[in-house]
Design a binder for this molecule. Structure first.
Ligand SMILES: [Mg+2]
Length: 442
């Protein structure tokens, strides 16, 4: 659980001499205990600084010189020898890379007049593979293998593109009822509402006491039933805040706690322990296998190299790649390929401002081009009003974005009002804004 969160974004706009602009962003502090404000999360300014450092490497370049060999461009962007020292390829500098890389994709898509998913869907296997820097992962997947995988998926691709065009490619799941701060009545109400809206997958946060978690899951099952095709998932968010009454799960506690929750038959437990603990996830996975509970992680997995380990070693059942934690869409493509090779379904992490806007493209690409199988994608219904082309769910399905770009362009009035530190009359100069800035640092 991330207990005291202000949804924030380091936002990057690439200007060009053609009039086109590329918009990319990185989300910081993704989840909320209760309520949320679109504000600065501490550390966001660090990522903004890092964005400037990375963006300097695309300054003065033509768009074509960046996209003609994307894999090479990506490698160039992560190869500043001094900036690598504060990574490499992880942490704030990698989040910043995502903002810049995704902004280039947004810009490229706008010049082509296509949504990002369609650019990738129309690539040949060779073009797709050229987007990827295979450095450090060729022991798990080679470019040749990747081309073969994509080649095999050419069959049926035209039908899957049609599914995407008709918004039948990406079923959504909801976390809306699942936050730990909600009372029993509110939880039940939100679950019933989600059911009526067509959702079939429901995720609940866990990590409180066993009694409290059992109570919450019992309520969830009471509403969604056991035999009606509705799926329950649980998310522990690494349970790392004992001072706030949550538990701390290392491997044994994660296994023990999930034993106590087995009767509620969750599909998976998400982030049961530290995101870096490949061996830990593997141990939890084998301990929970007899209970029929899968293990999911990825929202804080820092790069394709750690995903290689999680996937190739059989440490996870579900791959929750994040659009901003990876170094932009290029690195996500590498993860999709490895997930396909090792037979692990991709359920992108999508619970943050702007994330559903991004990840809908990723899930479509996975379905149409890489895995050929539909999966589900998280949807959190808030803060979409700040985007020109917000993600939309109808009857439980993401409505495929058809506008050119990568869907995260924020409305000018939102930028003006909530930009930090902003001007007189802006949010951060208001009483509410000041109260947040001067409040207790939880
Ligand atoms: Mg999560």
């Amino acid at each position: 659980m991330n207990p005291a969160c202000d949804y924030s974004a380091a936002y990057c706009i690439l200007n060009t001499d053609s009039g086109f602009k590329g918009h990319g962003m990185v989300v910081t502090l993704l989840e909320c205990f209760y309520g949320e404000t679109f504000t600065i999360g501490r550390g966001n300014d660090i990522v903004c600084k890092a964005v400037e450092a990375i963006a300097d490497r695309v300054k003065g370049r033509t768009l074509e010189s960046l996209t003609v060999n994307w894999g090479k461009t990506w490698r160039y962007l992560v190869s500043d020898s001094q900036l690598r020292w504060i990574g490499p390829e992880k942490g704030a500098i990698h989040l910043a890379l995502a903002a810049v890389v995704n902004a280039v994709w947004d810009l490229w898509a706008k010049t082509l007049g296509k949504p990002v998913w369609r650019i990738v869907a129309e690539m040949s296997p060779e073009e797709f593979v050229r987007c990827i820097d295979f450095r450090y992962i060729t022991d798990a997947i080679t470019p040749e293998e990747a081309v073969n995988i994509l080649q095999e998926q050419q069959a049926g691709k035209a039908e899957r593109i049609k599914d995407a065009e008709e918004s039948r490619a990406v079923p959504a799941y909801t976390t809306s009822a699942g936050w730990l701060g909600y009372g029993e009545e509110k939880m039940g109400e939100l679950l019933r509402k989600a059911l009526a809206e067509g959702y079939r997958h429901f995720k609940m946060k866990v990590g409180g006491s066993v009694e409290a978690d059992r109570k919450r899951l019992a309520i969830a099952r009471e509403v969604i039933g056991y035999d009606e095709g509705n799926i329950l998932m649980v998310d522990a968010n690494q349970v790392a805040y004992p001072h706030l009454g949550l538990q701390v799960w290392s491997v044994p506690e994660a296994v023990e706690h999930m034993h106590e929750l087995k009767e509620f038959k969750p599909w998976f437990i998400e982030e049961p322990t530290s995101p870096d603990d490949v061996l830990g996830h593997k141990a939890i996975r084998s301990a929970l296998k007899p209970l029929g509970i899968s293990v999911a992680t990825g929202e804080m997995c820092q790069n394709r190299v750690i995903f290689k380990q999680l996937l190739a070693s059989g440490a996870i059942d579900i791959c929750q790649v994040d659009a901003c934690r990876m170094g932009g869409i290029n690195e996500v493509l590498a993860v999709l390929l490895m997930a396909k090779k090792f037979g692990v379904p991709v359920v992108p992490h999508s619970g943050g401002v702007g994330l559903p806007e991004y990840t809908q493209h990723i899930s479509i690409i996975d379905y149409v081009v890489v895995s050929g199988k539909p999966s589900v994608l998280e949807y959190v219904d808030h803060l979409h009003e700040h985007f020109y082309h917000p993600a939309v769910i109808k009857k439980g399905y993401y409505q495929t974005p058809m506008e050119p770009g990568y869907s995260v362009e924020m409305k000018e009035e939102s930028m003006k009002r909530f930009g930090f530190p902003g001007e007189e009359g802006g949010f951060w100069m208001s009483q509410e804004g000041r109260r947040i800035l001067q409040g207790e640092k939880v």
